[in-house]
Write a protein that binds this ligand. Structure first.
Ligand SMILES: Cc1cc2nc3c(=O)[nH]c(=O)nc-3n(C[C@H](O)[C@H](O)[C@H](O)COP(=O)(O)O)c2cc1C
Length: 309
């Protein structure tokens, strides 16, 4: 299947493994997805610069295919991470949080394709005006940071496909090939899956986290934190305490919990177990290459089914 995204990036299938802090902050998941013909994306946000540099070397040794790196541009270590990514000549940048104008030109000059994560029509238009190669559009179902507006993927992707000329990678709420087909039908030219890839042996989170994703149904996630930058995570003791707390106490509670606590220590009651609504569509832990294989088959089935109606 060819789209402007597969052509732009030189990948076989219009499928991304989404950047996920901790879960995809390691080489094996990225390598497995890229070698299977999708785009593996390293979540560099929480990484120490020396770990980031070493992991990039492992990825470059493990695959000759394109891979992506996500750097939140307003993160505390962004400058150092960008410097390393530039010197390692990464093939694809998936930038989030912050504008692309300052960094994009030098990456472009070495051949890096620059994709920008957006969650509103306004930011999509700004990124297009800045000249990015493509957009990643996150809808409200997404784990991590969905749009504060809470507009769902179905509506936001369609709106942004209509509002810009750029190729769009749709993100949020997809865990199988039927979901990929649905978003391609809306005009997206690739689809990214985060939560589905948490349930893999390669994802670098604690087994308790993976089990929590398997146990969750579609209604078991919620939004927590400031309305201007909410986090979607699975409901647990922390989110219940947050919801019950007086508004003045909420900031301290929010700051005391962390994704790291859940991801590395396995504390899925008091940590931030970031995951999307699509957790309810995930029933098994499978190697990432097998997930890719299954997604491709399901996508084909969905296309045949539609054609036969
Ligand atoms: C555990 C977790 C961590 C995430 N970390 C990041 C991140 O560091 N940077 C980013 O741009 N998006 C991050 N996201 C959002 C994903 O890139 C993606 O938009 C989302 O997972 C898509 O929704 P889905 O989980 O329903 O597939 C994260 C999502 C999850 C579930």
């Amino acid at each position: 299947m060819r789209t402007r995204i597969t052509e732009l990036l030189g990948i076989e299938h219009p499928i991304f493994q989404a950047a996920m802090s901790w879960a995809s902050s390691n080489a094996p998941l990225v390598i497995a997805v890229s070698n299977a013909g999708g785009l593996g994306v390293l979540g560099a946000g929480p990484m120490r610069p020396e770990d980031f540099a070493r992991t990039l070397e492992q990825i470059q040794a493990g695959t000759k295919k394109p891979f992506g790196v996500n750097i939140p541009l307003n993160g505390a270590r962004a400058a150092e991470l960008l410097e390393i990514a530039f010197h390692k000549r990464i093939p694809v940048m998936v930038a989030s949080q912050g504008g692309p104008r300052e960094q994009m030109p030098r990456f472009r000059a070495i051949g890096t394709k620059w994709l920008h994560v957006v969650a509103s029509v306004e930011h999509a238009k700004k990124a297009e005006a800045a000249g990015v190669d493509a957009l990643v559009v996150d809808g409200a179902e997404a784990g991590g940071h969905p749009p504060p507006s809470q507009v769902g993927t179905l509506v936001l992707v369609r709106r942004i496909v209509r509002a810009t000329k750029l190729p769009v990678v749709a993100s949020g709420g997809v865990a199988d090939g039927a979901g990929i087909a649905a978003l391609l039908a809306l005009g997206a030219e690739a689809v990214q899956l985060g939560t589905r890839f948490i349930a893999t042996p390669e994802a670098s989170v604690h087994d308790n986290y993976k089990r929590a994703v398997l146990a969750a149904d579609v209604h078991d996630s919620c939004l927590v934190g400031p309305a201007s930058l909410p986090v979607r995570q699975l409901r647990n003791a922390f989110t219940r305490k947050f919801d019950a707390a007086a508004p003045a106490e909420r900031e301290a509670l929010f700051n005391a919990a962390s994704l790291k606590k859940a991801a590395l220590e396995g504390d899925v009651e008091w940590g931030k177990v970031e995951a999307g609504q699509s957790a309810g569509l995930v029933d098994d832990i499978l190697p990432a290459a097998e997930i890719m294989q299954r997604l491709i088959e399901e996508l084909e089935q969905a296309r045949r089914r539609l054609a036969s109606l």
